[in-house]
Design a protein around this ligand. Structure first.
Ligand code: 6LW
Length: 496
């Protein structure tokens, strides 16, 4: 059968995967968004369904006023002795921790902290022992992939932290994962930075703490030499063996836009690439070490169909699984009713690295039409195409002394500008529409059955290359202004 990449679209970076009783589970990083660490399941590695989040309580993750692209960095998901473990870093507080659950559909534990620094922690279980790895600096000040043994019940270190591998010389050695395959230890990591030079490298050894011999043809996976190809920045992968013992890698990458000096704005997404071991115990990945938009493979049964939901509405989404907040939300400001959402604004605006009243979903594809009926009492409420507090485009209803208006506002770095206003007079409600393409967003107002184009803006200015950071565009419904309240209904996001 043929399958297409990405297998999970939109801002879902740094995937990590494990398999339990024939089901695959996957987690991603989530930075400043709450709940943290989206959790998915799949029966075939191609169709993934979100089943929840690992970090659902304030006591598990400190996100208050964290910087954008701070907060929750790359997680690792593992299963041992009937228990799931998810370990990650709060990059803002520089803390590594893990949470656990015995019920993958239930709540996760309070955090257990590990006193080893660095990012991208990994857990590896063997013969009753637990090894913890991250990228950073060891107890002697040596950099690289750093490892110690921990007590899994308490998180306390049972051995000093030692740097066990320094990578192949690429910048930003990160994302370490340890595996034991046919008696040998494989240390897989990412290098090159999570951008166009990203790559997966690995080394192999007889002992868990090395020495490790580098795979002679590293990087084993990278698209860095495929200039004009849509899929770029592939790296940061986790290996998994399927039901028929075939090996795969789930890893991140992005889809680029533009021709020269390309960019990406939908964030880093999840890709699936076949992995093959040779007789000497080395493995190769993908098509000559690259990832393709489409793989034809007989490893996946031909009756498996890759499905994709293209149409999203209040009716077919779940508030708790599909939507996310910025940092720590104030629950009183969100009222969920069947097919209707009421938001109460505060004085916190979208331009602050704080928690404005905001509820969003990832933009999963380039071409889309988003629309929503918004009705306002006071203040301002609408839809934002949001990258971070300094990079977002808003279409909203706003009340001022002369009555209600629809506005289109662009917020690009230091430039914050209301580009267009349409007077609604005493009418406090409107249908707001955003049309998205690879290169532009168009903002419209529908009134009396007519669409009025307010303006357009380039996707480029919301890209990671312009805004910086590790996130992707989120489609947010928001309200701003102390005492303001707005009702949202008939929300629709159709991918075209
Ligand atoms: C993550 C690091 C990376 O922790 O990006 O792709 C960082 N690599 O491994 C943030 O997602």
């Amino acid at each position: 059968m043929k399958y297409s990449n990405p297998v999970i679209k939109g801002f879902y970076p740094d995937p990590s995967v494990c398999k339990v009783d024939g089901t695959y589970y996957l987690v991603c990083s989530s930075m400043q968004y709450f709940p943290g660490v989206p959790l998915f399941e799949s029966k075939d590695l191609i169709n993934w369904k979100q089943i929840g989040h690992c970090l659902t309580r304030e006591s598990q993750i400190q996100l208050h006023k964290v910087n954008s692209s701070g907060g929750v960095f790359a997680p690792t998901l593992r299963y041992n002795n009937g228990r799931f473990y998810m370990t990650t870093t709060n990059d803002t507080t520089h803390q590594n921790f893990y949470v656990w659950t015995d019920d993958i559909y239930g709540e996760w534990s309070e955090p257990v902290h590990v006193e080893q620094g660095g990012i991208d922690p990994d857990l590896y279980f063997e013969d009753g022992k637990t090894f913890f790895m991250s990228n950073g600096t060891d107890d002697n000040g040596v950099g690289g992939i750093v490892q110690c043994e921990i007590d899994i019940a308490t998180g306390s270190k049972l051995s000093p932290s030692c740097s066990i591998w320094q990578g192949t010389g690429g910048r930003y050695l990160e994302a370490p994962h340890m595996y034991k395959i046919k008696g040998k230890y494989y240390l897989v990591a990412a290098e090159g930075g999570t951008e166009f030079g990203h790559m997966v490298t690995y080394a192999c050894g007889e002992s868990i703490s090395g020495p490790f011999e580098e795979y002679p043809h590293n990087p084993v996976l990278t698209n860095r030499n495929l200039g004009g190809y849509e899929l770029q920045a592939v790296g940061h992968g986790d290996l998994i063996q399927d039901h028929n013992d075939n090996w795969w890698m789930l890893h991140l990458g992005f889809r680029q836009s533009g021709q020269w000096l390309t960019y990406h704005h939908l964030g880093r997404e999840v890709f699936l690439t076949p992995v093959t071991f040779d007789e000497d115990g080395w493995f190769t990945a993908g098509h000559n070490g690259t990832t393709l938009t489409c793989f034809e493979t007989d490893r996946i049964p031909s009756d498996v169909v890759q499905e994709e939901k293209r149409s999203y509405s209040f009716e077919n989404m779940e508030w708790e699984k599909d939507w996310c907040y910025l940092r720590l939300p104030c629950p009183e400001n969100y009222l969920f009713e069947q097919n209707k959402l009421t938001l109460k604004g505060t004085e916190i605006t979208l331009d602050q690295a704080d928690s404005p009243t905001f509820l969003g979903i990832r933009q999963k594809d380039f071409n889309a039409e988003i629309s929503c009926d918004v009705s306002l009492t006071n203040g301002e409420a609408g839809i934002t195409i949001y990258m971070d507090e300094n990079h977002h485009y808003d279409v909203a209803i706003r009340k001022d002394k002369s009555g209600y208006k629809v506005i289109e506002r662009l917020n690009i770095g230091d430039i914050k500008s209301i580009e267009h206003e349409v007077d609604l007079g005493r009418d406090s409600q409107a249908t707001l529409i955003i049309q998205a393409s690879n290169e532009r967003y168009s903002f419209l107002l529908r009134t009396d059955g007519m669409d009025i184009l307010l303006g357009t803006a380039q996707t480029k200015y919301l890209s990671s290359e312009v805004a910086g950071g590790f996130t992707g565009v989120i489609i947010g419904l928001y309200a701003v202004g102390e005492g303001s309240s707005a009702e949202f209904s008939k929300f629709s996001c159709e991918y075209i």
